[in-house]
Design a protein around this ligand. Structure first.
Ligand code: SF4
Length: 575
């Protein structure tokens, strides 16, 4: 069937049959659909069945997807997502890829409610006979979409009615009272990210190797994750319902990728039309409702730098304090980003940007009392410039975005070096590193049982002699500090900057190192142990970005390997 007829057919199904017959006449609808497929495939039974089955999948998707999101936009995307990757549908794939790029998206078929994953023993939930896999569908008569809804709808309530779907399909109404503030003892499924509807020219998904972890290809644009974890959204594809939700549930602050307030530039960067790129009404609505925003600019040389950057920062600063801060971070291109519209960030570009933004920062400090616009650490490091002082960063509003991390580390390390016992020799067994970090993992396979002693823990403490692996960008800074530490304590710690061969290009941050990158330098390890950055391992599963498992990596090193973050490292050095 040609793509155009196929499209027409789907829209007939969607807007005609589906909305008209709804559920009552689904059989009639499918029968008609089959006859239509048979007719379109010119009486070829097999082709007709194939077309019919594919179309029915669409309808199923609509039926299931519609129950939760209940918006034509979401349904429309569910429809298109079924076709992306479908067999032999390259024409429609591209057609629908375009639709995907401009249509607000919910890619998962969602059933209403939130699924319980754990019930604490002796808790109120256990008393109510709630169990893992039960789905809480309604609380006090209101629909629950996820655990944020659950929290919102139960907050402060002492008289509650839950509607719960059990795994056997039965629905139970549970009415109960609880004491004020009493915890339910429930853990819920994670939020399934809603996907974005942009085609940003610098999108990280385009910079992934094909075999990267599937989760790295998720283009999330989710106001809930923005509120919970500081993930950035562009707001471009945020629906009216989601806007209402931010305001109603006070999901503040929100983290918004602005990139440029010049509309043409923003649309160009996001790969959407200007109408969709224009979020001025949405921003106004959020700011009027006193929702705090943190903004981000991904700086792309020759696109949104220079005068456009200045305009962006000034426009945003005009909304301070509701727009609390803006992070300007450089675009990072892997070797897979081959888009010719993008220019790599050079040291010279970084020096120019620092000079330009420093002027604005001074002005903002004078008029607003805060720096307001912060440059990513990478810009200072690449420029070979000094990292700004502690005062510059205030309360580090954008530290999760790599803004001020180095300053925060240097200050914390200064405290290590200035301790009263600074001149004492250090003798901490390397097992401390594992003890400090592994137990923080959430995946059962990664947790060391409390009563299990490792061989290293039974060893007598000896002088710290090992290698700390990190990204090439941070390595010189860490090396400088560790050398001072070694001089004070007589330890023999080495810092090894690991080249990122997995992503290649400009990627030099520690967090994007893969298992194979570590394996490539295992011959350069000195001492009794190796420490790798904790964030290179997935938080809920001991696996690296390239799928190498932590166990596999450890088995290929001649010395024990421990994962820790900067705080863990500092704790080791000061214990
Ligand atoms: S960069 Fe973010 S907003 Fe842009 S396409 Fe990728 S996931 Fe979507």
């Amino acid at each position: 069937m040609s793509p155009n007829i196929w499209t027409l057919f789907k829209y007939l199904n969607f807007y005609g049959f589906y909305t008209h017959f709804q559920f009552q006449s689904r059989k009639v609808m499918l029968k008609l659909s089959y006859r239509f497929c048979w007719y379109l495939e010119r009486g070829n039974r097999l082709k007709g069945i194939y077309t019919y089955v594919t179309a029915s999948c669409d309808m199923l998707a609509l039926t299931l997807g519609g129950t939760n999101a209940c918006q034509p936009y979401s349904r429309k995307h569910t429809l298109s997502s079924f076709f992306v990757g479908g067999p032999g549908r390259y024409c429609s794939r591209f057609w629908f890829m375009y639709e995907f790029a401009v249509t607000p998206a919910v890619t998962q078929l969602r059933r209403p409610g939130v699924i319980i994953t754990e019930v604490s023993p002796g808790s109120l939930a256990e008393e109510l006979e709630l169990a893992p896999s039960d789905r809480i569908v309604r609380v006090n008569g209101r629909n629950v979409r996820d655990y944020l809804d659950f929290r919102f709808q139960t907050a402060g309530e002492t008289e509650l009615t839950f509607q719960v779907k059990k795994t056997n399909g039965e629905t139970h109404e549970i009415e109960f009272d609880r004491d004020e503030g009493e915890d339910f003892g429930l853990m819920f499924e994670q939020i399934v990210p809603r996907q974005c509807a942009n085609e940003c020219i610098f999108c990280f998904c385009k910079g992934n190797p094909d075999d990267a972890r599937p989760s790295l290809f998720v283009r999330d644009e989710d106001i809930r994750l923005s509120f919970l974890y500081g993930n950035y959204t562009t707001l471009s594809s945020i629906t009216p319902d989601e806007m209402n939700r931010i305001i109603e549930q006070r999901l503040s602050p929100q983290y918004v990728s602005i990139h440029a307030t010049d509309l043409k530039t923003r649309a160009y960067l996001l790969g959407v039309d200007e109408k969709r790129a224009d979020i001025s009404d949405k921003l106004k609505r959020l700011l009027d409702a006193d929702i705090e925003l943190h903004a981000q600019v991904v700086l792309c040389p020759e696109i949104n730098d220079g005068l456009i950057l200045e305009k962006t920062l000034r426009d945003l600063a005009a909304h301070y304090p509701k727009v609390v801060s803006t992070a300007v971070v450089p675009v990072a291109l892997t070797r897979y980003n081959t888009d010719e519209r993008l220019t790599r960030v050079t040291p010279e570009f970084c020096r120019r940007t620092i000079k330009q933004v420093e002027k604005l920062q001074k002005e903002f400090r004078k008029t607003l009392g805060v720096t307001f616009a912060f440059l990513g650490d990478e810009i200072y490091i690449k420029a070979g410039a000094q990292i700004p002082s502690r005062r510059h960063y205030g309360n580090y509003p954008q530290i999760e975005d790599g803004v001020g991390m180095v300053r925060s580390f240097l200050n914390a390390f200064d405290k290590v070096l200035n301790r009263r016992d600074a001149l004492m020799p250090k003798s901490v067994p390397p097992a401390v590193a594992g003890g400090l970090t592994l137990d923080q993992r959430t995946h059962p396979a990664a947790i060391i049982p409390k009563n299990q002693h490792t061989k290293a823990q039974d060893q007598k403490p000896k002088t710290l002699f090992g290698t700390i692996l990190t990204g090439e960008m941070f390595a010189p800074i860490l090396k400088q500090q560790i050398e001072k530490y070694n001089a004070q304590h007589g330890s023999k710690l080495h810092v090894l900057g690991v080249p990122n061969t997995y992503f290649g290009g400009d990627v030099a941050v520690a967090g994007l190192l893969s298992g194979q990158d570590f394996l490539a330098v295992r011959g350069q390890i000195k001492g009794d142990f190796a420490i790798i950055p904790k964030h290179t391992i997935k938080s809920d599963e001991p696996i690296f970005l390239d799928g190498v498992t932590f166990d596999d990596l450890k088995s290929q090193f001649d010395v024990p390997v421990y994962d820790t973050d900067i705080n863990g490292l500092i704790a080791i050095l000061t214990s």
